[in-house]
Ligand binder design. Structure first.
Ligand SMILES: C[S@@+](CC[C@H](N)C(=O)[O-])C[C@H]1O[C@@H](n2cnc3c(N)ncnc32)[C@H](O)[C@@H]1O
Length: 321
């Protein structure tokens, strides 16, 4: 009998398989492990435009209702929610009530995302006695809303994380405490994993970025609250990476908890549109100021542009002369 070594992929073996290319995982995905989890749907792609009056704007109101945004109009959501830990913008909610509040915002995010649109949530865990695994609760709530989970990125803040000395019992097993130097970025999709290129929009990610950003551990420094003027900003690098990896040029990026405007700055930097929400008027003004300043600097010619322009003018003058 002729053995066909043709196109059959490897199968998941009991001891794992080194053959990852063309791996046939059908039986794995059909296993009982996946019962009860949200499944990918066959949905027709629909996209409604955000009214131009609402594009590249930050609304000073709660993102529990985002009436300005039509259903299926946002391509990517990137955010870091309020932590309910007594920062000046936080309320003192019970864990249950806090989850309900966030869930209302996630529900709205689900409504406004296009099919296949991505939702990325940056979150840190809290406390020690006991530890509150907020990220686990957010995952549970997002799955409950029907989001498909794409994965989880560990953001290693390394030496930039505040050098806490709360190590519990020093050099003793009596009660040593873990000091988190990481945060999470939880990544979800609405309805379907793939989002095909729509109309003429292009990906803008470089080869080097793609190789780096598809790894599940990201290492870059945190942002200084003082420098930005907001108590809990994430660095522009964080939304920048997510925008490059998960959206096309010209797409619309939403941050329902916009704070100092870092996600909007990353959107402008990558030639995407943005929409944001924040309940604090002072932060909305801060974000608008920072966005204006960034757009001005971004639009201004660099020294290199000026030299090239001067060179061209000189060349033109010589040719005409
Ligand atoms: C962790 S901060 C976000 C910081 C932001 N990523 C940045 O880089 O500046 C959370 C923000 O959510 C805002 N906020 C709190 N409750 C809100 C609500 N119901 N709707 C919209 N924004 C809210 C706070 O004012 C705060 O600016």
């Amino acid at each position: 009998m002729k053995v066909n070594h043709g196109k059959r992929g490897t199968k998941t073996s009991s001891f794992g398989s080194p053959g990852r290319i063309n791996h046939d995982a059908t039986s794995f995905y059909a296993s009982k492990l996946y019962e009860g989890l949200p499944k990918e749907e066959k949905v027709k792609y629909v996209e409604n435009p955000v009214p131009s009056a609402f594009l590249d704007k930050i609304f000073c109101k709660s993102s529990e209702r985002m009436d300005e945004l039509p259903d299926n109009s946002i391509h990517l959501m990137v955010t870091s929610p309020p932590y309910n830990v007594g920062k000046e913008y936080d309320e003192d909610l019970t864990l249950e009530r806090y989850r309900e509040f966030l869930k209302a915002a996630w529900h709205e995010v689900c409504r406004v995302l296009v099919p296949g649109g991505r939702a990325c949530i940056n979150i840190a865990n809290l406390g020690r006695k006991p530890y509150i695994p907020l990220h686990a609760f957010v995952v549970e709530d997002m799955l409950d809303l029907g989001f498909l989970m794409r994965g989880e990125i560990i953001w290693n803040k390394a030496s930039s994380s505040s050098p806490s000395t709360a190590w519990g019992s020093w050099l003793s097993a009596a009660n040593p405490t873990l000091r988190d130097i990481h945060e999470y970025i939880l990544v979800f999709s609405k309805g379907t994993f793939a989002r095909k290129r729509y109309s003429e929009r292009d990906s803008t990610i470089s080869r080097e970025e793609f190789l780096e950003f598809t790894k599940s551990v990201w290492t870059f420094p945190a942002e200084q609250a003082k420098t930005v003027g907001h108590p809990a900003p994430f660095p522009v690098e964080l939304p920048y990476r997510l925008i490059q990896l998960y959206s096309y040029e010209g797409d619309v990026v939403l941050d329902p908890f916009m704070g100092s405007g870092q996600a909007a700055i990353a959107a402008i930097k990558t030639k995407r549109h943005y929409v944001g929400y924040d309940i604090n008027e002072e932060y909305v003004r801060l974000a608008e100021r920072r966005i204006r300043r960034f757009s001005y600097v971004q639009g201004a010619p660099t020294l290199f542009d000026l030299i090239v322009k001067e060179g061209k003018e000189e060349f033109k003058a010589k040719r005409q002369g």
